[in-house]
Design a protein around this ligand. Structure first.
Ligand SMILES: Nc1ncnc2c1ncn2[C@@H]1O[C@H](COP(=O)(O)OP(=O)(O)OP(=O)(O)O)[C@@H](O)[C@H]1O
Length: 333
């Protein structure tokens, strides 16, 4: 649906986006994650040509935006809503007028605006705030106004530029739920950039990990959580699924310490107890958790395995076969 074809954006000697090439599918919530300066904002702004790529093409539904004149781009941009970290509301206008603004800009009649704005406010749960000014709203409510304004002209795509970064964790969850609802109910493709892996875990279907202007890893969110390939993706996964063990525990171990990741159904199987029954080893459970990503369980367990070298090795081989991933964190003492 959104084809990003070899897009590069340079500012003098800085290459903010470096030959990025991937496709965002119709109806998905696509996350772009990276640390500050990775090029996320620049890439997002290239998607609606707020920034013109220095090289490469952006195609939306097969239409090459980069080949259009500025006037034509402004028209196309009405089909692409955008929300921002700091909301960008007009402080002198009421909630109603902030939302009406987009409709006026698109040439809608007064009657159409009077009908449409209440529908939009209802959708974002702000029907009772229509006559308030932005200064009278909480951060979460301001972002809801931003979302209503972005949806005013029935866009096919919603771009979210760090939309929850200025919000507290509870408000972040509620805004993410709203984005999810909009995606599911209206079928709008959502592209969001963030530096928080938790946001990706909560709502995204797929994610691209960016570093130095490049996409270093891209895939289904579940797969990246289950088996991140690059050091950067591993770092981001660890920010959510942190299973750090105290040094003291590692120093006093009697056998190897292994981390096992269970994917899908195997998370609910008793692989460990079966292993202990079959082989002459005992296991010391040090840490464990099960997360649900897109309603699929992903389990992580850290155990110390105690027994003869041969038995321990056989158990490790058995568990590796039964689960998708086993990593030895510390070898034999
Ligand atoms: N208008 C500009 N002029 C010059 N350099 C820019 C401009 N916009 C961005 N850059 C540079 O491009 C690089 C990528 O910036 P960008 O804002 O896209 O990163 P980001 O991943 O979104 O970071 P953040 O999360 O801090 O916004 C940075 O080195 C930045 O300084």
């Amino acid at each position: 649906m959104i084809d990003i074809q070899h897009v590069t954006k340079r500012y003098k000697d800085v290459t903010a986006v470096d030959d990025v090439n991937f496709t965002i599918r119709q109806g998905e919530i696509f996350g772009i994650i990276g640390y500050s300066g990775a090029g996320k904002s620049t890439l997002l702004r290239c998607l609606n040509l707020l920034e013109r790529p220095t090289e490469g093409k952006i195609l939306i539904d097969g239409k090459d935006l980069t080949s259009l004149s500025d006037k034509e781009v402004r028209k196309e941009r009405q089909k692409i809503g955008m929300i921002f970290q700091h909301f960008h509301l007009v402080s002198s206008k009421t909630v109603f007028d902030n939302v009406a603004f987009s409709l006026k800009a698109a040439g809608k009649t007064k009657e159409e605006i009077q009908k449409r704005v209440p529908e939009l406010l209802e959708m974002v749960g702000l029907s009772d705030r229509s006559r308030h000014y932005p200064a009278q709203l909480s951060g979460g409510q301001k972002q809801r106004v931003g979302i209503a304004r972005a949806l005013a002209n029935d866009p096919k795509v919603l771009l979210c530029d760090e939309a929850t970064s200025a919000l507290d964790p509870t408000t972040t969850k509620s805004i993410l739920q709203l984005l999810k609802k909009i995606n599911e109910n209206l079928g709008i493709t959502v592209v969001l950039i963030t530096h928080e892996m938790e946001v990706v875990q909560d709502v995204c279907h797929r994610v691209a990990v960016m570093e130095n202007g490049k996409v270093v890893e891209l895939g289904e969110v579940y797969d990246i959580f289950a088996a991140p390939k690059t050091a950067l993706a591993k770092q981001f996964v660890r920010t959510v699924h942190s299973l750090e063990l105290p040094e003291r525990l590692l120093a006093g171990r009697k056998g190897p310490i292994v981390q096992i990741t269970f994917q899908g159904e195997s998370a609910e199987e008793a692989v460990i107890s079966e292993t202990l029954k079959q082989f002459n080893v005992s296991a010391n459970i040090l840490h464990g958790q099960i997360s649900y990503i897109q309603d699929r369980p992903l389990g992580t367990l850290i155990i110390e395995m105690i027994g003869s070298n041969a038995d321990v090795q056989q158990s490790i081989d058995y568990i590796t076969k039964r689960t998708n991933q086993l990593e030895v964190l510390a070898g034999v003492a």
